[in-house]
Write a protein that binds this ligand. Structure first.
Ligand SMILES: *[C@@H]1O[C@H](CO)[C@@H](O)[C@H](O)[C@H]1NC(C)=O
Ligand SMILES: *[C@@H]1O[C@H](CO)[C@@H](O)[C@H](O)[C@H]1NC(C)=O
Ligand SMILES: *[C@@H]1O[C@H](CO)[C@@H](O)[C@H](O)[C@H]1NC(C)=O
Ligand SMILES: *[C@@H]1O[C@H](CO)[C@@H](O)[C@H](O)[C@H]1NC(C)=O
Ligand SMILES: *[C@@H]1O[C@H](CO)[C@@H](O)[C@H](O)[C@H]1NC(C)=O
Ligand SMILES: *[C@@H]1O[C@H](CO)[C@@H](O)[C@H](O)[C@H]1NC(C)=O
Length: 405
């Protein structure tokens, strides 16, 4: 009894040590994949102990404008979509697949033609574990899906081409529908796509027998928001999933805000309801800036990347917003440097100890420490310029980065 209680008292200390391990334990280097608008896909290797990020491999692939990489750990396959083409100048985008060798190097396995302007993709599964990939086509004003694995001859299973629902609030940016991301809901049963041009969030129910998407009612956001990317907060009840509470955070590229929507499931569709909105910044967001990525770590820390705000010259910034375990409402917490220009994308590792920030214009990946206890972002662990630098506001430079996890 005595021994047991002493053990119990020691436990919190042990927990602290475990949290600290992943940043220092580097028996195997981590791999990251990068897409770059210069027409390449890059493999990076991170040695955390040596604080070194190195280029392991580069491949000219993924069309003229590689925009987004998605990793399927189960099949060790990397997918990349290409932003080429537009409805105005015709042309098409592409979807490429790559086999990942044990040493992390890539070899192309297929390249299929798609609608124009692919900017993001997500993998989903049917009831039998077959995989599909849904693409957001910004210039193509559409969402399409493909059955995986693809071949050179693969064609879309379905295409959903959108038209503007009415006169846009911001005609210069909202000239047409512009789906900007595809991502899953917390149950894996729906694909969502924020549409910057239409001020809508498209919602699709996955037919779990066929992998096809059934369109639900799209959710209309406030005019001029320009919704770009999304992340989910969840409070789950292990005993009864009908008690689960879900909230969706959307980064709004045009309004420079983060919206909070409560989600519920009704009549085989996912239904959103506006709850709140927050300015992810200590003051008014500078007019030069545009929010980009939003991601959540654990059940509380929400990060938003701020392109071209120059809050830490010559660098831009990352905002930290915090929810609580019980309530999805967000509180602005802190602004820290992005260690580069135009942080278009960033990803958090599974351990929650590191962020990889993809700075588009300075065209680098910055690996930054994250304290899982407080959510605070810390020092630069390592950084590497990848490919040619870009210009803020142009479709050049580094387009996306992911961990191979
Ligand atoms: C830490 O290193 C050991 C080998 O020294 C390895 O077995 C373990 O999986 C590593 N843990 C992590 C989190 O990388
Ligand atoms: C990695 O593995 C691939 C395929 O097995 C091989 O072709 C390539 O040379 C290897 N690269 C390195 C750097 O070892
Ligand atoms: C290529 O793009 C055009 C529109 O620019 C579209 O009509 C056509 O379906 C696309 N081809 C494929 C294979 O997606
Ligand atoms: C959304 O859900 C939260 C609980 O997470 C609740 O506090 C809030 O009142 C809800 N908002 C609306 C508009 O229903
Ligand atoms: C900007 O980022 C660089 C790394 O690219 C870093 O060395 C420098 O300290 C940063 N400056 C500020 C003010 O954040
Ligand atoms: C807030 O950010 C500043 C840098 O901008 C940093 O010095 C400070 O430690 C951060 N505080 C927290 C609580 O994250």
């Amino acid at each position: 009894m005595h021994v047991l209680s002493r053990l119990a008292a020691a436990l919190p200390l042990v927990t602290t040590t475990i949290w600290a391990l992943p940043t220092t334990n580097t028996s195997t280097p981590s791999t990251l994949y990068v897409s770059h608008y210069d027409g390449h896909v890059y493999t990076l290797s991170l040695d955390t102990a040596a604080r070194k990020l190195t280029l392991a491999n580069s491949l000219q692939a993924c069309g003229e404008m590689p925009s987004w990489v998605t990793f399927d750990a189960g099949s060790s396959t990397l997918y990349c979509v290409d932003e080429s083409g537009s409805s105005a100048n015709s042309g098409n985008g592409t979807l490429s697949s790559f086999a990942v060798a044990a040493n992390g190097s890539l070899s192309q396995t297929a390249k299929a033609t798609t609608l124009p302007g692919g900017v993001a993709s997500v993998i989903y599964e049917d009831n039998d574990g077959r995989e599909y990939l849904a693409i957001a086509h910004y210039e193509g004003s559409a969402v399409s899906n493909f059955k995986l694995p693809i071949t050179d001859d693969s064609t879309a299973l379905q295409t959903f081409e959108f038209t503007l629902p009415g006169p846009p609030t911001d005609p210069s940016r909202q000239d047409a529908p512009h789906p900007h991301e595809t991502f899953l809901d917390p149950t894996g049963a729906y694909v969502l796509s924020p549409d910057l041009g239409s001020d809508l969030i498209h919602i699709f129910a996955i037919d779990k027998a066929s992998g096809e998407l059934n369109q639900c009612d799209a959710f209309a956001v406030k005019g001029g928001n320009g919704p770009r990317h999304g992340a989910w907060w969840a409070k789950t009840d292990g005993d009864d999933s009908s008690n689960n509470v879900y909230a969706l955070y959307i980064s709004n590229e045009l309004a420079n805000t983060v919206s909070i929507y409560n989600a519920s499931y009704k009549d085989n569709c996912l239904v959103l309801k506006e709850s709140d909105e927050i300015v992810p910044y200590p003051k008014e967001v500078p007019s030069t800036a545009n929010v980009a990525e939003v991601r959540i770590a654990g059940d509380r820390d929400v990060y938003v990347s701020m392109r071209n705000d120059q809050a830490f010259p010559p660098n831009d910034s990352m905002a930290l917003l915090q929810a609580s375990v019980d309530d999805s409402a967000l509180t602005y917490t802190n602004l820290t440097t992005s260690y580069g220009k135009t942080p278009r994308t960033f990803v958090i590792n599974n351990a929650g100890t590191l962020l990889a920030i993809g700075n588009q214009a300075s065209s680098d990946v910055a690996i930054v420490e994250r304290d899982p206890k407080t959510g605070a972002l810390g020092e630069l662990v390592a950084q590497l310029q990848v490919g040619a630098q870009g210009t803020p506001g142009q479709a050049d430079g580094l387009s996306s980065v992911i961990w191979a996890e």
